[in-house]
Design a protein around this ligand. Sequence first.
Ligand code: FAD
Ligand code: UDP
Length: 367
Amino acid sequence: MKKYDYVIVGAGLYGSVFAHEAKKRGKKCLVIDKRNHIGGNVYCENKDGINIHTYGAHIFHTSDDEIWEYVNNFVTFNRFTNSPIANYKGELYNLPFNMNTFNKLWGVITPEEAKEKIEGQKQVLGGKTPENLEEQAISLVGTDIYEKLIKGYTEKQWGRKCTELPSFIIKRLPVRYTYDNNYFNDKYQGIPVGGYNKLIETLLEGIEVKLSTDFFKIKDEIVAISDKIVFTGMIDEFYDYKFGVLEYRTLRFETEFKETNNYQGNAVINYTDSETPYTRIIEHKHFEFGTGENTFITKEYPKEWEKGDEPYYPVLDEKNSLIYEKYKELSEKEEKVIFGGRLGQYKYYDMHNVIKAAIERIKEEFK
Ligand code: FAD
Ligand code: UDP
């Protein structure tokens, strides 16, 4: 018998939920992570009583009752509602695209007037079915919003022309003909009271964790001590890039301390022009309604991923999707390795999707 039933590579949400559920079913688990902390990308560093979202702003949202109940077993959530503001060359607009945005842009008052305006602008497509992000965006919100609020932001974020990006990326954003600035359509949303670290710490309670431990440096040892491996790192790295390197977008985070109790008046402000080199500024205290004297802000600068960078966003264009399919086919033949999470499945997963995927995999594993 091996020392562990499961060695889980990655102490992010997928790995932590999997480990928690396996332990509950009497299995012995070891979780390793190459970083020096648990939590993966939801990890926060607490400074002066403010939880700083070290790897970018994280807002939990879901419409799935089961997932909402599940996370509420471990933490409660505050009433934070994400309502980012877009700053286009000093003009401010509400997001997501809704009646407040349309009113500010065009002076329209009624949904009828807004629809008419967008319908008119859509005509440039000549009735064509959208085939890329640019066409999809124009078909949803017309050319003005595309030019001011989408094109610059998207091309900075992805480093690719909107005409070369898949349309599903823009479908993440709601378009509403109501005066509703809530960024998400989901039934539930919030930030864990006490921070995301508390969620992960509770999930991993009683489970052995080894940090600053890279799987690839001790692969043989891990194989020797584990019955099965749950791998939540990059799938192409696992296979030594044999079918090619999957591309990612990464971010450089620049965090600054500010001696003011309120720097920008909102948790998230997007800079949607193409000249500003960052995409957004996060003011962390607003996620938890912080009242302290000072504040921390973070600017997000997107860039192309190179080996050694953090792989944040899978680039789901045709080329990468085809490469991923080959890795996926190979991974499905593995009997002793389970691939999961944003990197293991090369998916633009949100937190609730990752939790759901881990729970479903557990159900399959223990059926
Ligand atoms: P990760 O959190 O990436 O965890 C994987 C872990 O594996 C990492 O800790 C890594 O160090 C470790 N690892 C990798 N390779 C190795 C190795 N070789 N050896 C050992 N360890 C290894 N979702 C939302 O729902 N709402 C949001 O607002 C939101 N905002 C986001 C903002 C940004 C900037 C980003 C990048 C993502 C955001 N997400 C958001 C998505 C969210 O971060 C993910 O869905 C979730 O964190 C993924 O969990 P995971 O366990 O799959 O991966
Ligand atoms: N987007 C945009 N303008 C904005 C915000 C988002 O054009 O002000 C587009 C952009 O292409 C982005 C996508 O919508 O990649 C999805 O946005 P979301 O906020 O969901 O991105 P994430 O939080 O994953 O970075």
